[in-house]
Write a protein that binds this ligand. Structure first.
Ligand SMILES: [Cu+2]
Length: 72
């Protein structure tokens, strides 16, 4: 299942101020097996992750890291 289907999800993320914040968000997403391109200024991220990861899991993980997130 390592190479299962991927999906792309856009997130809107509040509270990011610098690259350190982005790194925390990235780490939270990486723990779910996702890759993220994060735009700190715009408060957005484009996340590529396994299809089995639900949108709710994504937003919950980022929110738990301290940055309230919703699917954009
Ligand atoms: Cu920061």
């Amino acid at each position: 299942m390592l190479f299962g289907k991927k999906k792309t999800v856009k997130l809107k993320i509040e509270g990011m101020h610098c690259n350190h914040c982005a790194a925390k968000v990235e780490a939270a997403l990486k723990a779910l097996g996702c890759k993220a391109e994060i735009d700190v200024k715009l408060g957005k991220a484009v996340v590529t992750c396994p299809e089995k990861v639900t949108d709710a899991e994504l937003t919950a993980a980022v929110t738990a890291a301290g940055f309230p997130a919703v699917v954009a």
